[in-house]
Design a protein around this ligand. Structure first.
Ligand code: AHM
Ligand code: MG
Length: 335
C-alpha cells in the first residue's frame, strides 16, 4: 500500500508549484468540510435555511458553510485571481495579479445531507486569460479542455479525493490526522460495463432516443443487448461518478422536457467539465449525447448541460442510439 501524501504525490504530477499549492489548499478546505459533515446533526447545522440560491433552490446551511469556507480560503491565496461557485450569483475577484480561476460546487448532492447519504465537493481550475479580470464572468467562459486541474472530494464512509492535473487520475484517502494519502495512482474505467445510473422517475420526460437506449438496457438478456444490466442512483453526482471511476458503469442526467429550454439539470462549469476531464483521464468518455462536453464553448457561468459519462464502449452505444436525433435541435440547446 503506497503511503505518499498529497504534497509528495503532486510533485510527480505537476511542475507548477503554485498549482500544487492551490490544490493543497482546496484539499485542506475539503478536510474541514469533511470534519463538519462527520458530526452531522450534532453540530446543529443541517437544517434548511430560508434562503434560496441563484438557481432558485433551497440552500441547506451546510451549503453556505462549505461555500464560505472555500471562498474565504481561496481568495486569500495570492495566486487566485477569482472564484466562481454554484452558490454565488456572480464570480468574485481575488488578487488582480493572480493566475488562477477556481470554480466549485461546494456541496454537491446536498439533498442527501439530512438523510446521511454521501455528498461531495467538486472543483475546477482555469488560467486567467491575458488582460482578463477574475471578477468578471467573461474570464471564466473557457472550454473544459482548458482546465489545468479538476477533482472532487467524496464524503462517504471514508473521505476520498480524486484529482487530475492532466496526467491520469490519482485517488487519495483522508486519514485521522487530516492528511490525504495516495491510494490509487491511476484510476481506470473499464471499457465495458453492466451498470447504469439514471433517475428513472424522469423516464417519460426523456427524448425518444434516450427512452429507447435505456429500454434496451432494461430488456437485458431478452433484448438486443443480450446481457442483464444493474441500476444504481445515489442522487449525488460525486458518489455516482465515483462508482463509475472505481468499477466502471455509465452515469447520465440527460436533457428532458420538464423545462425544454434548459439543456439539462447539471451545471457545465461546476459539474460537467470537471467530471468529464476526470472521466477522460481515467480512460472513459463524456458527452452531452450529441458532442463532447469538454468542447462546449460556455456562454454563461451557471449554464446547464446534459451529461452522459463513463465506460467507453457503453457510452459509444449510447451515442449510436442518439444518432437519429436532430443535430439542429442539439445545437439549439447547446448540447
Ligand atoms: P446539487 O448540486 O444542487 O446538489 O444538484 C445536483 C445533483 C447531482 O448531485 C445529482 O446527480 C442530481 O442533482 C440528482 O438529481 P435528482 O434529484 O433529480 O435525482
Ligand atoms: Mg451539484
Amino acid at each position: 500500500m503506497p503511503t505518499a501524501n498529497l504534497t509528495e504525490t503532486l510533485k510527480n504530477y505537476t511542475k507548477d508549484a503554485q498549482l500544487a499549492e492551490l490544490i493543497e489548499e482546496i484539499a485542506d478546505c475539503c478536510e474541514q468540510i469533511s470534519a463538519r459533515l462527520k458530526l452531522g446533526a450534532l453540530t446543529g447545522i443541517l437544517g434548511a435555511l430560508e434562503d434560496t440560491n441563484v438557481q432558485g433552490e433551497t440552500q441547506k446551511e451546510l451549503d453556505v458553510i462549505a461555500n464560505d469556507l472555500l471562498k474565504e480560503a481561496l481568495l486569500a491565496i495570492p495566486s487566485v485571481a477569482g472564484i466562481a461557485s454554484e452558490e454565488e450569483d456572480l464570480p468574485v475577484g481575488g488578487n488582480p495579479e493572480g493566475r488562477f480561476l477556481v470554480l466549485f460546487d461546494p456541496l454537491d448532492g446536498s439533498s442527501n445531507i439530512d438523510v446521511n447519504v454521501s455528498v461531495g465537493t467538486i472543483f475546477s481550475v482555469l488560467e486567467l486569460p491575458e488582460g482578463a479580470n477574475g471578477g468578471e464572468e467573461s474570464a471564466y467562459l473557457q472550454s473544459g479542455r482548458k482546465q489545468l486541474a479538476a477533482g472532487y472530494a467524496l464524503y462517504g464512509p471514508s473521505t476520498t479525493l480524486s484529482l487530475t492535473t492532466g496526467k491520469g487520475v490519482q485517488q487519495f484517502a483522508l486519514n485521522n490526522s487530516g492528511e490525504f494519502l495516495l491510494i490509487t495512482e491511476a484510476m481506470n474505467i473499464p471499457a465495458d460495463t453492466k451498470e447504469f445510473s439514471i433517475n428513472m422517475s424522469n423516464q417519460r420526460f426523456w427524448q425518444p432516443e434516450m427512452q429507447n437506449y435505456i429500454g434496451e438496457l432494461l430488456a437485458g438478456e431478452t433484448g438486443s443487448r443480450n446481457k442483464n444490466f444493474n441500476m444504481r442512483w445515489i442522487a449525488s453526482m460525486v458518489a455516482d461518478v465515483h462508482r463509475v471511476l472505481t468499477r466502471g458503469g455509465i452515469f447520465t442526467y440527460p436533457w428532458d422536457n420538464r423545462e425544454p429550454n434548459k439543456p439539462g439539470k447539471l451545471r457545465l462549469m461546476y459539474e460537467g467539465n470537471p467530471m468529464s476531464l476526470l472521466v477522460e483521464q481515467a480512460g472513459g468518455l463524456a458527452t452531452t449525447c450529441f458532442g463532447n462536453i469538454l468542447d462546449i464553448e460556455p456562454t454563461k457561468i451557471h449554464q446547464r448541460v446534459a451529461v452522459a459519462l463513463g465506460s467507453k464502449n457503453e457510452i459509444s452505444m449510447l451515442l449510436a442510439a442518439h444518432q437519429p436525433a436532430s443535430a439542429s435541435k442539439a445545437a439549439e440547446l447547446n448540447r
